[in-house]
Design a protein around this ligand. Structure first.
Ligand SMILES: Cc1ncc(COP(=O)(O)O)c(C=O)c1O
Length: 489
């Protein structure tokens, strides 16, 4: 399995093209970060040069140079030629001011998905968002009025950085009753969407060169966030059957990732749902290898026939799971309300990150959400929405039947993950589709390795039935015209 640095290149290649930080310096920063986090305490022996080189996938000489530099700066010392040991004064807070300035540069400054969304399209298959006509917009305005009556000063007040107490109280009851999660309101942080939560968690947990386990394929925005942090992406496969536990354990053992970012329920883009037995085992592995599981769960309520298994968070007794539950997808995307559940001491770190990011999510939005979410209307709305989404998914499947395109029927969520015949180039199809005002997400951007050239993601949630049918027919026609433009793998 290849491991990439943040840019999807090997670190060695990056040394030639990334002038901002020589590779040994990145390794130096990385080791320093791990010491600062207490992974190695004063007088602990660092792993051998060979082990570090293997783990970071860099040359031994690069690690050697970084360690020598650490020794020269007094961060580590050499004992009896047996290896490098952490100096007592090596923690970050003991560093000279000049050293604290040395922050590894971001390796990726793109957001592939927002580049796609920026281009207007009539046949919008790239937005994993619900058709606004399916949301109860008129009812929502009733709640807006109610909120102003209940809290006349709501516009003149900030929320606390952690999030409105009343909302956190309601959500802690909701998570207990609905998913049997034992959560105190103090263990919840409200963020502006799950995208912000991922960003804040990455900023809190990841340092340059840290390894992060990611599904292959996965939500591309998360990949871009981790790349921006200079993290190394370590892929694990996700299939309709879930994960390969042997592969996960091997990657945990080899790379010692700081975290595993996962979207295990109606996964974006594949639609897969990880079975309950795997959830339990993976939480045990996370404990054993001291790896945080960041469970991103925005599609849980969008199931078609059967409810998905409980969240990973429900199996966690030691505080290794951070649970992100965004309500922005199907309740009111415009409100951008998301709850992050975790245990101390992480909650406190997240509150600080949130305070520094924006001081707290809009109080008005939190109050509107609170009153809307507890209403009986919402439950009716969610029930109807499930049916509407299932119908839309079936329309796309009907239109694709007999096309030679392949997919696994998802049991929920908003996307179909489709493989086109290898004789068709998805890159070419993407360009031609743009000219015809059709958008979709090419598989390559969902793949941490930048491969999956024959795959694409079609979101069926955003368009009305007729436009969906028409769009798929046009897309199939374009693919027929492009027969012979592949293979690309
Ligand atoms: C897996 C996943 N996580 C997070 C998000 C972003 O959600 P939010 O709108 O809450 O930021 C999306 C949006 O498509 C998603 O698919």
């Amino acid at each position: 399995m290849t491991v990439l640095d943040g840019d999807g290149r090997s670190p060695q290649k990056q040394m030639n093209t990334e002038p901002a930080q020589p590779l040994f310096r990145q390794v130096y920063e990385h080791l320093l970060n791990r010491m600062a986090r207490g992974e190695w305490k004063p007088h602990d022996k660092l792993p051998s040069i060979r082990v570090l080189a293997e783990e970071l996938q860099v040359h031994r000489l690069t690690v050697f140079k970084a360690c020598r530099e650490l020794a020269e700066c007094g961060k580590v010392y050499v004992k009896d030629k047996s290896g490098y040991y952490v100096s007592p004064a090596s923690r970050r807070d003991a560093e000279p001011e000049a050293d604290k300035e040395k922050v590894a540069t971001a390796y990726s400054l793109t957001s592939a998905l927002s580049d796609i969304h920026r281009l207007p399209a009539r046949y919008q298959f790239s937005q994993a968002l619900i058709d606004p006509n399916l949301l109860p917009n008129l009812f929502l305005s009733d709640y807006v009025k109610k909120v102003f009556d209940l809290y006349p000063k709501v516009m003149g007040t900030y929320s606390s950085a952690q999030g409105d107490e009343e909302l956190r109280g309601m959500l802690s009851r909701h998570f207990r009753e609905r998913h049997r999660l034992q959560l105190a309101p103090e263990e919840l942080v409200i963020t502006s969407g799950s995208q912000q939560a991922i960003n804040l968690i990455a900023g809190t947990v990841l340092g340059p060169m840290d390894a992060v386990l990611v599904e292959r394929p996965t939500y591309s925005v998360a990949l871009d966030i981790f790349r921006r942090r200079g993290a190394r992406l370590v892929p694990v496969e996700i299939t309709p059957e879930g994960y390969d536990l042997g592969q996960i354990e091997e990657q945990l053992r080899r790379h010692r990732p700081r975290m595993f970012y996962m979207n295990p329920t109606h996964h974006n883009p594949t639609g897969a749902t990880v079975p309950a037995w795997q959830r339990k085992r993976i939480v045990e592995l996370a404990e054993r290898y001291r790896c945080l599981l960041v469970e991103d769960d925005p599609f849980r309520d969008m199931y078609f026939e059967t409810e998905p298994p409980p969240p990973f968070f429900a199996y966690d007794t030691e505080g290794w799971v951070i649970y992100i539950s965004s309500f922005s997808k199907y309740i009111a995307p415009g409100l951008r309300i998301c709850a992050v559940a975790s245990r101390q001491p992480f909650v406190e770190q997240l509150v600080i990150a949130k305070a520094l990011a924006d001081g707290g999510t809009s109080l008005l939005n939190q109050k509107i959400f609170l009153h809307y979410y507890t209403s009986s209307r919402l439950q009716q709305h969610v029930g109807k929405l499930r049916i509407a989404l299932q119908v839309q998914k079936e329309i796309v499947e009907e239109e694709l039947a007999g096309s030679g395109w392949q997919w696994t029927t998802p049991q929920g969520g908003l996307n179909l993950w489709v493989k086109v015949p290898e004789t068709v180039s998805v890159d070419e199809l993407f360009m031609r589709a743009r000219e015809e005002s059709i958008s979709f997400v090419p598989g390559t951007i969902c793949d941490p390795l930048g491969e999956m050239h024959s795959w694409l993601r079609l979101s069926y949630s955003f368009l009305s039935a007729e436009v969906l049918r028409d769009g798929i027919r046009r897309l199939k026609q374009l693919a027929r015209e492009l027969e012979g433009s592949g293979p690309r793998e």
